[in-house]
Design a protein around this ligand. Sequence first.
Ligand SMILES: [Zn+2]
Length: 314
Amino acid sequence: MIIDVHCHLSHRDFYPDIYWELLAESLSKNLGIPGEQVLRDIMPDFWQKDASKIVEDMDNAGVDKAVIMPVDFELKVGKAKMSIEEQNLYHARAADEYPDKLISFASVDPRRGEKAVELLEKGLTEWGMKGLKFHPDAGYYPNDPACFPLYEKCVELDVPLLSHCGLIFIPFEVKYNNPIYLDDVQTAFPDLRIIAAHMGGISGTLTLAEIASLKSGISTEISYTGQMLARGAPRFLLNNLRMLMDLPLTFAVPFKNRILFGSDWPYANAMMEREDWVNWVKKLPKNGKEHGLKFTEEEVRLILGENAKKILKI
Ligand SMILES: [Zn+2]
C-alpha cells in the first residue's frame, strides 16, 4: 500500500491575490517569464486541484491513500474569500467524498488563541479530521506556548502534528521552520506524534537526526526536499536516507520505521510529478546501487506505506 502523507487541495479562494502574486513571482524567476504570464497561463490549472483531481492523480501514480490539509496563512498574507474554517471544512468534505482514498488534517494558526482550539476540536471531533498541520513560517515558532493548547488537544484526541520544515518563498520566513524547535515540543509533549515535514529541510535533516535519535515520537516525511534532491542531487538524498536509517539507535525506534512518503502535491509537481517521485522511491535499491549504497525492498515498503499506517494509526 502506498500512502502519501503530505498533500493539499488548491483553490484560488484559499488565499488573497497577493499570495498568488508572490507565488507566481517566485515561479516566474525560475521560468524566466513575467509573473503576470504565470498568473494568466499557469495558475488557473493550479487552482483546479480539487478532490477529483487529486484522486485521479493518485490513481495514475498508484497511490492508495493521501493525507490532504489546508494551510492557515491568513495572519501573514491577509483574508481570503474562503475563511480558514471554510477551508478546513472543504478538506474534510473532500475526505468524506473519498473515504477510502483521502484523509484530512486540520490547519489553524495557533495565534488565533481559543478560536484555534475550537476549530481544531470541531475538525477532529465533528468533521472527521485526523491530524494538525502547522506552517510556522507564517510567523510563529512551534515551541511558542501559544501552540500548547493545540498540542494538548492532539494528545487528548490521539492525532499527529505535521509541521512544515525548511524552505519557503517570500514573504514567509525559513527561520521558523527549523526542526530544532520541535525538540521543545516533543519534550513538553512526549506523547505527541510529530511528523517533521520535508525531512526537516535541506540542512534540517541533520538537526532532525539529532533531536529524534533519542526521541521516538518524531518522524519525518520526504516530500519536496526529497523531490528536489532526487532531481538535482540524488547522492545527497541517498546519503541522508542511508545515514538516518543506519544510525544505531539504542534508546528509540529505528529511523527505518519513521520515514514516510510524501509528495506535497500539487506544490511540488513542478519539481517532480508524483508518479515520477513514487517510481524513484520504488527504485531506491537501484538508485542507491548507482551511488554505492544499499537499500532493501523492505525499506521501500516501509517508506511508501507501512510506516505511515502505524504512525497515522490507519
Ligand atoms: Zn504542506
